[in-house]
Structures are given as C-alpha cells and as structure tokens.
Design a protein around this ligand. Sequence first.
Ligand code: SF4
Length: 327
Amino acid sequence: MIHPTDWSIHDFKEIFPVDVLEHLQKISFCGTFGDPMMNNDLIKMCEYISEVAPHMDVRVHTNGSARSIKWWQELTAALPDKHEIVFALDGLEDTQHLYRVGTNYNKIIENAQAVINAGGCAVWMFIRFEHNQHQVEEARRRAKDLGFYDFVLKNTRRFDRPEFPVIDRAGEVRYSLRQPTDSVIKFVTSKELETFKDWNRASEINCFALNDREYYIDANFTLLPCCILAAFLYTNYNEALYKNLNLHTPMVPFGQSIQENVHNIIREYGGLDKLNAKLGIKNIVNTELWQTLLQRKWEKNESACCTVMCSNDSPFIKLDDQIVNDV
Ligand code: SF4
C-alpha cells in the first residue's frame, strides 16, 4: 500500500548530509509511483545540492504537465551545471495523453521551452506504441527545432498480451494500447507468465544496481537496492480489483508471488524500519547483511524479482533492449 508522502527539504538534508552528498556522483529524481515535479521542496533540494556538491549530475524525470513557467525557470536556476530534465513526451497534441492520461502536450512543451530558454538541459523521451509510431520523426524534428538537448526513443515494454485496455474510474474500457507494429522486442506472453516458476533458475543474474553502484530510496524513505524491488513491493495485485474490471490476467498471481518473495527478503533485512534511510545510508549499506544477502539469494535462485527481471534467461525484455537507436 502506498501512503501519500512528500519529502521535505529537512528530510532530504537528514538523508543526504554534506559528507554523503560529497561522495555521490549522480542523483535521479524519478518517481516509481509519482512525479518529482509535485514535490513542494524540489527546488530547495536542488539548490542545496548545487551549494554543497556542485559536481553532482542531477536528473529530473517528469511528465512535465503541471506547474507554472516561473516554477520551471526556478528549478532550472537551482540545478547544478550537470543536469537533465527528462520530459516524458510520448507523441504530439493528439496522442500524448493516450498513455500518460491527464497530461497535455502543449502544456509540457510550454514548460520544456521555459527550461530551455532559462539555459536548462531538456531531454525529450519518447516511448513508442502503435498509436504514436508514425509521429517519431515529427517529434524528433520538433525536439531539434525547440532546442532540446537530446531525443531518446524507447519501445514500450508494458505488454503481456496484444492489447492493453485503458480503463476509466467507472471501470469502462475507453480504448486499448498496442505495441509498435514493427517492434523487435519479444514481449513476455501470458503463457510464459503462467509458467514463471519453471523459468531457468540457474541462469546468471546481471544486477545493474550493483554494476552501476546505485541505491534507490522510495517516498517512504525505504532504502532498497533498486527501483524494481520497490515496484513489486508496492504494486496492488488485488485479485478482486482486477475481477471487478473484468480483467483476467496471469499478472495477478505472478505479481503476488514475486511480491511475497520481496516481502520475505525485506523481512530478512530486518523489516522496513531497518531500511529507513534516516538511519543513515552508510549505516545500512555498510552492514554485512546488506553486502551479502542478495548475492546469497542469487546463488540459490531465491530472489524471484531478480530472476525475472535481471537474469540472462528471463523472458522479460532488458532495460537496454528497450532503447531504439535508429528507427
Ligand atoms: S532486481 Fe535484483 S538483480 Fe535486478 S537490479 Fe534489482 S537487485 Fe539487482
């Protein structure tokens, strides 16, 4: 269950005191279940980083569809030299809102333009579906004309069936999303999901968090090795909810099973309280338990989340495979 939480500047300073910030190279504000632009102290946090750790590379990932132009100008001014504001722009005026429901293309462009005009480094990130695949080149052209620093193209990785229904609050299916017609990504199928317990558990784990020396802290201050564990920790796999929506999907038993496994691992860490980043990031990660627990699990294939998301034989696509270089 996610409880609405908003870090204050005091929380941020407590978790990232100067001696911790000095040793970090990069901070990404990227909501697994939220959007950093909704945080009321984001600008103060960026000012603090710029003041005490001006070497830092700061990334803000956002749908960019809220806040005033003045707010985006202030955010840009608060960021250190090395930064990117990554705008999730999956299409143009007529398609942007189909996946990112409630967002507005013109409002995002207005905000991105405010960032660019204020000297900020704005990135256009485009996730390709069937409904927007014909707009890639036009979006790339607009990104260049408007002064975006980069245009990143990805294929969606959201599918376990040919169509993904978009359901309104009344439970009605409004329309469906589909993967790009020329996608080379092999999506995991419903059949594969049903048999996930038989997947090759002896395959090697390639942990990007370990490789990149990353940590993840969620909105409740819980320190975790990566965002994937956090996603399984909080996603609602309530069977009744899916039945009410008339959605029969193997994603529910699959997700429940992995979630249970993630909860067991967190219990072995000592529970959520022992992973509270306010105890001190160093105090948590310098323990033998943190340093060894997951690797011991990998040896015995006991971390289902790691097996399904990061093992070499997983039918889920890898994050890197999602990036499209040339279309
Ligand atoms: S899911 Fe497991 S293996 Fe993958 S990045 Fe996270 S901790 Fe590492």
